[in-house]
Design a protein around this ligand. Structure first.
Ligand SMILES: [Zn+2]
Length: 636
């Protein structure tokens, strides 16, 4: 667990801090929505385990630990599916008998076990039994495998069990393509349930809206004010057009304190359409380098390894922001992205641009001890010095900036294309787009422009580029514990696997050489970069293909590329990485604990906000749960 530092928060103007406080509460108020979206039982299971934990006085410490252990996983992943792999996990330490004992213990301690009306503890536990304990019951949350019914085979709670792809295909187009909807079966018919006040998740959205409304008078500029108004109206009506308007206003604002709130990323829907709830609050940090990159967006566009007709002739200066986050909930935290590029609507991006946000305090929080362990174990000796020296200080931020600022904004559809690439590419879109942005970043890492704008010195360039290639590919291998069953599922990971294997397999042509291999030394596997010039040629070729598929909406081409290079994992490499990771006892993912904001009042008015760093994950998540539905600003 890592604490997110908030340097400089205390010195923000008073009104900015008050604005941040209300948005912070709006973010917390929506956190439970993601549990409800993740699986139909996930929220109930979280409540059950929180109740057991609260009433664990006098419980045997082993049992209490077992309950707490599973509860921490539930908080981190918003339910019982892994945040990255979308596959199910079951309690590691807790048995069925243990859970039964804990439930009776808690009830004896006065807990009202949250059971359905008339249900006994035994009935409750037996109803939830397979969801909690059976790894083969609904094993995959978001299933995008070839040849399966991706709707019926995905356990995500975007539709009632039993609803199939064919059921959804039979609905009117406007329901099929809606961001904020769930599909229910009533009287044999599939009907949409809209996320809105008075509709699905209405109570949560009411509290979210209460705090958005409180924040409204403290908006920094008209665009930000408009963005909040549109969002409030969207939550009130469920009209997606209002969320699009919100996105445009949000895009136009460039404030000190900014926020996300809504149904935004679409990774959980195997079709890539329905959004999962996320929210955050952030404030601007130093942005010198990212602004210099943004200013040169057209320079990089002109040097893309794809035909001119797929290049943009003008690029609205990307709004590139480096921020520190104050809080992240739902899909945004406690497991945090390093950056984001929004909105996701392609036509809005085309007509209005996009906002690229890099989360500086998240990027920079890491454990030095952990880094040393990982690098010494997984990297060949010849790379270790440079990895320590450059990987996190220079390569990683630069890669994130290039990915977000240059990558996602680059390229354009073939002039004859009529459909949006996202629609044309369907379920491969997310993987292709994330991979494309990554390859853009790696490809331009050797461009002399980066020296000119001060990203690094000329004599560091070779080491930086080599470190970028090694850390991209070896870094992915060391995350093979994210791969379950030798199949890569998550969009970013499919992209990582594609980059690795495209280079290793020389694009599938044994007569070529892309200068990078996975070699075996003393029984362990390592990435070896033989020639950075050849690697760059391979990256250029791959990037050309990715852009061609995106620009022409070539679903078959993209799917074939991902199936060939981006899906299957070498079982020997997988086993080896898992063994070495296990021996190192590395925590599997980074989860963040955010500051506790405390409003300060004078004469009944909020006059200041203090940021305390005094919670651990458990304290924080229990507080978030206690705050659900509360509009009390004195509650903490
Ligand atoms: Zn991205």
């Amino acid at each position: 667990m890592l604490g997110a530092d908030t340097p400089g928060f205390d010195t923000l103007p008073r009104d900015r801090k008050i604005f941040a406080y209300y948005l912070y509460r709006a973010a917390i108020a929506g956190n439970d929505i993601l549990f409800k979206q993740n699986h139909r039982d996930a929220f109930e299971i979280k409540q059950l385990f929180e109740t057991l934990y609260y009433h664990s006085n006098g419980m045997a410490s082993d049992l209490r630990n077992a309950v707490h252990d599973y509860l921490k996983f539930l908080w981190i992943h918003h339910g019982h599916y892994h945040h990255y792999t979308h596959t199910k996990f079951v309690p590691f330490l807790l048995s069925r008998d243990g859970l039964r004992a804990a439930a009776h213990h808690a009830a004896a301690n006065g807990a009202a076990i949250p059971a359905r009306r008339g249900e006994t503890i035994e009935e409750l536990l037996s109803r939830l039994d397979r969801t909690i304990f059976d790894p083969d019951h609904e094993p995959v949350q978001t299933n995008q495998s070839e040849g399966v019914d991706i709707v019926a085979e995905s356990a995500v709670n975007f539709w009632d069990r039993g609803i199939t792809q064919r059921d959804i295909d039979a609905l009117p187009k406007k329901w099929q393509h809606k961001l904020n909807v769930r599909f229910a079966r009533r009287d044999g018919k599939v009907v949409p349930e809209i996320y809105r006040i008075g509709g699905l998740y209405g109570e949560d959205l009411k509290t979210v809206s209460h705090f958005l409304l409180s924040a409204l008078p403290y908006s920094e500029d008209d665009n930000q004010r408009q963005s909040i108004r549109f969002l409030l109206d969207h939550y009130k009506t469920g009209d997606e057009e209002l969320f699009r308007q919100h996105s445009i206003s949000w895009l136009r604002s460039n404030p000190v304190v900014d926020y996300l709130n809504g149904f935004i990323e679409q990774y959980l829907d195997p079709r890539g359409i329905i959004g999962n709830f996320e929210a955050n609050v952030s404030y601007a940090a130093d942005a010198t380098l990212v602004n210099a990159i943004a200013k040169n967006a057209l320079y990089f566009e002109e040097r893309m390894p794809w035909p001119d007709k797929f290049k943009r002739s003008s690029i609205a200066m990307p709004v590139a922001k480096v921020v520190n986050v104050i809080v992240e909930t739902g899909d945004a935290g406690p497991v945090s992205p390093a950056a984001y590029n929004l909105p996701n609507y392609n036509d809005i991006r085309r007509d209005h641009g996009s906002k690229n946000v890099v989360l500086f305090n998240i990027e920079n929080t890491r454990s030095q001890k952990l880094l040393e362990k990982l690098v010494n174990e997984f990297y060949l000796p010849e790379y270790r010095d440079n990895v320590f020296k450059y990987a996190h200080t220079k390569v990683r931020p630069l890669k994130v900036y290039l990915h977000e600022v240059i990558g996602h904004g680059s390229g354009q559809p073939d002039p004859t294309m009529k459909t949006d690439p996202r629609t044309a590419l369907g379920r491969v879109y997310s993987a292709l787009e994330e991979c494309r942005a990554d390859v853009v970043a790696l490809y331009h890492m050797s461009d002399p422009k980066l020296i000119e704008i001060g990203a690094f010195d000329e004599d560091e360039q070779e080491a930086i580029v080599e470190t970028a290639y090694v850390s991209q590919t070896q870094g992915w291998l060391t995350r093979y514990d994210h791969v379950v069953g030798l199949q890569v599922r998550e969009a970013h990971n499919r992209g990582n696997q594609l980059i690795l294997m495209y280079l290793v397999d020389n694009g599938g042509d044994p007569n070529r050489d892309f200068g990078l291999d996975v070699i075996e030394r003393d029984g362990n596997f390592y990435v070896k970069v033989w020639d950075i010039g050849k690697v760059r040629r391979g990256l250029g070729e791959l990037l050309g293909k990715l852009q061609l598929f995106k620009s022409t909406g070539d679903y078959a081409g993209a799917a074939a590329l991902f199936d060939r290079f981006g899906t299957h994992v070498n079982p020997d490499w997988h086993r080896n990485m898992l063994d070495r990771l296990e021996a190192l006892n590395i925590p599997k993912m980074k989860a963040f604990v955010f500051p506790r904001l405390e409003p300060v009042f004078a004469d009944g008015q909020m006059v200041d906000v203090l940021a305390h760093h005094d919670e651990d994950l458990t304290k924080q998540q229990l507080r978030f749960s206690r705050l659900q539905g509360s509009t009390d600003i004195n509650a903490g």
